[in-house]
Design a protein around this ligand. Structure first.
Ligand SMILES: *Cc1c(COP(=O)(O)O)cnc(C)c1O
Length: 373
């Protein structure tokens, strides 16, 4: 989708906030532990390249992405730091992983069998950077028990060009107040680590929530994701030990302002009826931008005043009730500060009954991203 640069709707990303969040986390980490910035899904909707640069400026020494293509995007943009693809990559793409020097998960015996068959027919000379993934209770990808892990590592070492570069796991409940399930996963991984005949270069277990709320003694690298963007991984549950600075601002303008008489209908389905004469503003943002129809009833900020979204959100526009007339072209804040008030991605997530991760990822490519210091 083409970014609509000739429409007054913008996402403004504050690079400084990203750098600062990274710096604050690094200051807390034990000495020698690296921070890899997770920039999957186009940097959680913020823009992968710009986020990666800002994170690097803050001290990140590597990156994590979800897919091979996201890794290639970073390499083509000139990043030379280590990059780990977190999702399973089909063995037919081993040449690309080698060419771009992207690390990847080895998560099952089946995958190793396929890799062996593939490598028997295709010669690869550059190192293949394998990170063994252990499923200690997330139930997503990874070897499920110690014996399988140890067998997997042995097999791995027999494959040509394959380097055992890392081992990792992922916690399912690090953002919750109750630490019991976390402790079970932690103990399972610790047990596996202790039985390894040799340790790989990278050992990593921490997402943002683990890094923030568990004085984690395991590992020498953290996979710092959502907190990098200034978002609290737990939502409202736990408090971060340093102030997370939100990086994303979402703004637009009133493209039309009009007074309607009592009884006037607004929007598709004519679901809203003005109870009295009212000032109505039209905002050029809709569900095609990731501003879902369920946002009806939520409010946006105009000159520091909360203005309710009335009627149904259209594909490309929505309407708000204004307290009085405003000039056309007046700024509308959908996310961020406006005068004394602020709307956060968390507020939107609460309205939609979801998590801010999802809200950020849904903001579509149609909205241009502007980057500020
Ligand atoms: C997405 C992801 C992360 C980052 O998680 P946050 O909650 O955003 O910090 C870390 N590790 C893995 C395996 C992931 O998929």
């Amino acid at each position: 989708m083409v970014a609509s640069i000739h429409r007054p709707t913008r996402i403004i990303v504050h690079n400084e906030a990203i750098s600062q969040n990274v710096k604050n986390e690094i200051a807390r980490l034990p000495k020698g532990r690296e921070l890899f910035a997770v920039v999957k899904a186009n940097g959680y909707g913020h823009g992968a390249i710009a986020v990666a640069k800002a994170a690097r400026a803050g001290g990140a020494t590597g990156f994590c992405v979800a897919t091979l293509d996201e890794g290639i995007e970073l390499r083509e943009a000139g990043f030379t730091e280590p990059i780990l693809v977190l999702g399973v990559v089909d063995v037919v793409y081993l040449p690309l992983l080698a060419e771009y020097q992207l690390a990847f998960p080895v998560a099952s015996e089946n995958w190793l069998v396929q890799a062996r068959e593939y490598l028997a027919t295709t010669e690869i000379t550059a190192p293949l950077l394998a990170h063994v993934k252990v499923d200690t209770g997330m139930g997503r990808i990874g070897f499920q028990d110690k014996e399988a892990v140890l067998r997997g590592i042995d097999t791995l070492k027999t494959l040509p060009s394959m380097v055992f570069e890392g081992i990792f796991t992922h916690f399912a409940t690090a953002d919750e107040a109750d630490g019991q399930y976390y402790q079970e996963q932690h103990a399972a991984f610790k047990d596996i680590l202790e039985s390894l005949p040799e340790k790989p270069r990278y050992i990593h277990v921490s997402n943002s929530a683990t890094a923030l709320w568990h004085e984690e003694e395991l590992g020498n690298m953290v996979r710092y994701g959502v907190a990098l963007y200034g978002l609290n991984p737990s939502g409202h549950t736990l408090e971060a030990s340093y102030p997370l600075q939100p990086a994303l601002e979402f703004v637009s303008q009133l493209v039309q302002v009009k007074q309607v008489p009592q009884g006037a209908k607004i929007g598709y389905g004519a679901t809203y009826t003005a109870p009295k004469a009212e000032w109505i503003g039209t905002v050029p943002v809709g569900y095609a931008d990731g501003w879902l129809r369920k946002m009806s009833g939520f409010s946006v900020l105009v000159e520091g005043v909360y203005c309710e979204i009335i009627g149904r959100v259209c594909m490309d526009q929505f309407m708000i009730r204004l307290p009085h007339e405003f000039p056309e072209g007046t700024k509308v804040t959908l996310v961020g500060k406006n005068k004394e008030q602020e709307i956060t991605l968390q507020d939107i997530a609460d309205h939609l009954d979801t998590i801010h991760y999802e809200v950020a990822c849904l903001l579509s490519e149609r909205i241009p991203r502007d980057y500020q210091k």
